[in-house]
Design a protein around this ligand. Sequence first.
Ligand code: 2P0
Length: 328
Amino acid sequence: MKATAIAHSNIALVKYWGKRNGALNLPAVGSISITLDALSTTTNVEFVPGLNKDQLFLNDIQVEGKEQIRVQNFMNLVRRESGIKNYTVIKSGNNFPTAAGLASSASAFAALALAGTTAAGLKVTKKDLTILARIGSGSAARSIFGGFVEMHKGIYKNGSDAFAEPLADENYWDLRVLIAVTSESKKKIGSTDGMTQSKKTSPYYRNWIAASPKDLSGMRAAIKQKNFTKLGEISEFSCLKMHALALATTPALIYWNGTTVDGMHLIRELRGKGSEVYFTIDAGPQLKAICQAKDEHKIKRELEALPGVVRVISTKIGGPARIIGESV
Ligand code: 2P0
């Protein structure tokens, strides 16, 4: 009745922003990501008789409030499916400092979905596991797989076609992501609230949705052709469109700081000088540079020298979520 799983974080090249249904967490657009080897969450789930709620520990510290409720609601789905009534003790840890502004609901809910269903003795397909992880957090569905992953928005009301699937595995293409940490503080507005506000108020929301299929098909082709220029250009374009949508939200969602903006300029300058590197940024101030393995060290040095960059984490493409321990 216990299991331990590890899952890696991921970064979307074609971004997800907006939901077509909040309760089931159905995305309004599809997305394509790469899984990040260096950032992972390890989660142990154990069903324990006699508890009156799920107990959540993050890096050995018990968590209450909103996060505990979110996790308990998620575990209720596993209980409903398995018929198990017991609550759980959940011990989760990240392989990077929690205060680093890199904490990711993607690796967290992917690891929890896999450890939770395994501990419950459920036999679920990978596809169904992505659907379950999605209910926890949209981006978590993509972290079930390694390599290059597409999340489908689906059209059904029950979400049965809103799942993730792999496009290519982690050994397909030796790309690198360099994460320039520009701030270690927690962000003020979470993605879920930000997406709700953008849908309600951003004048660009409709166009964002309409333009998405073209980015997705372009990215699929770039991956298939191993066309790095095309992959990079679409990644930057999707990132900047997502942030334009966020900036035009009321109240405005400004996820960048000054160093984030300096980083964007630096990457464009490096490109002007012949280095093939592109940026992407999520709902936070960290800048992620995407490059080919041969350029990794040069780009890393350039980012480390940028004033305001706290440190740079370099990663290759990571593998799928997997079980690393199990017992009855
Ligand atoms: C993404 N992000 O595609 C986009 C780009 C951030 C910017 O998915 O509400 O934690 O739990 O589904 O997945 C981050 O939001 O949001 C995210 P929920 P999630 O990676």
